[in-house]
Design a protein around this ligand. Structure first.
Ligand SMILES: [Fe+2]
Length: 338
């Protein structure tokens, strides 16, 4: 085997690739500072004096507990209806970026939430992407639909609709009133891992010749609310019902009912959560900070953060978390570990 140093250019600069540079004379380093400076020439970092620890005893959290108010988002989206057209905007939505420095997208580590509005008579064109998505409907009249894989799926208050990885989806508001909902996507996870693909439907809006109220992509509020109320309480005034099984592996949906006056002491977990208030009002404490909430509001509960919730009025909250993925990877610890 040829020694690769025999044919290197000895005049190469320190920024050249290691394959074409001479090995620095490390033995000439008189102290650690000099040795560290020489490591740059071979594109490595010392592992004995890292500026930022790579391993630590417990999860460190970049994101904060946060709350977004539907009343604010609704007013902003209504105004955007005058100024932002779906003919040039892929979606008329508001991204709930966790309010920490340097973040302009993720709501929690793996998930993003957004409020979206489609005007009466308007269509949001069809597309597909590798991030999994779901909607929770806040306000919509009859004849508001998400078109998924060639079927029109009705959107009514409290409904949860799934558009899994690579399913075409568009939105069609054939009613006389603006429709509002919350989108959740695992796009931050896909961005981190790399397998992002996106494309428009070749026909702009996918043709749909049938309405499917019982679509497997839809959890209708009229169906799951009675089932939720029929479950045995886990604690006084607290009931939970998982909306599954389905084709999304990265996040789950736990419908949670809190009777007026009831408390939900959510223990900390390695799962990241987004809570969507469908009905009712109350308050939560997340990481020691109090947030009041009412119907349509959204709460971010970052992983490994204490959180507790209290309803002043009968409330339904949809809790979305990445627990299934953490469980599959054996990284789920805490309250959701089961
Ligand atoms: Fe989409």
């Amino acid at each position: 085997m040829t020694d690769r140093r025999t044919d290197v250019n000895l005049e190469a600069t320190a920024t050249a690739s290691p394959a074409t540079s001479a090995t620095p004379d490390f033995d000439a380093a008189a102290n650690l500072d000099q040795l560290h400076a020489m490591l740059d020439a071979i594109q490595v970092k010392n592992g004995w004096n890292k500026p930022t620890p790579s391993l630590y005893p417990q999860p460190k959290q970049r994101f904060a507990g946060a709350r977004w108010r539907y009343a604010d988002a609704r007013a902003a989206l209504h105004a955007a209806g005058r100024l932002v057209g779906t003919e040039w905007a892929e979606r008329r939505n508001l991204i709930l970026a966790n309010p920490v420095a340097g973040n302009d997208y993720s709501t929690v580590t793996t998930l993003v939430a957004a409020y979206q509005m489609v005007k009466a008579g308007e269509t949001a064109r069809s597309h597909r992407h590798t991030p999994n998505a779901m909607r929770v409907v806040l306000e919509a009249d009859d004849d508001t639909f998400t078109i998924v894989d060639g079927a029109k799926v009705p959107m009514l208050h409290g409904d949860v609709l799934l558009t899994p990885n690579w399913s075409y989806h568009g939105h069609s508001n054939e009613s006389a009133r603006e429709a509002y909902w919350i989108d959740i996507l695992d796009a931050p996870l896909v961005q981190a891992l790399g397998p992002m693909f996106f494309e428009h439907h070749p026909d702009q809006v996918e043709a749909a010749d049938r309405i499917e109220p019982a679509s497997p992509m839809r959890f209708a509020y009229a169906d799951y609310l009675p089932r939720l109320l029929g479950t045995a309480p886990m604690a006084p005034g607290l009931r939970q019902l998982e909306l599954g099984v389905d084709r999304i592996d990265s996040f789950d949906r736990i419908a949670t009912r809190l009777d007026a006056g009831a408390d939900w002491a959510g223990e900390k977990s390695t799962a990241s959560r987004i809570l969507l208030v469908i009905d009712g009002h109350g308050h939560s404490t997340i990481g020691g900070q109090r947030f009041d909430w009412s119907g349509g509001d959204v709460l971010a509960v970052p992983s490994w953060m204490e959180h507790a919730h209290h309803a002043d009025q009968d409330a339904v909250i949809l809790c979305v978390s990445d627990a299934p993925m953490l469980r599959a990877l054996r990284w789920l610890r805490g309250a959701d570990a089961g």
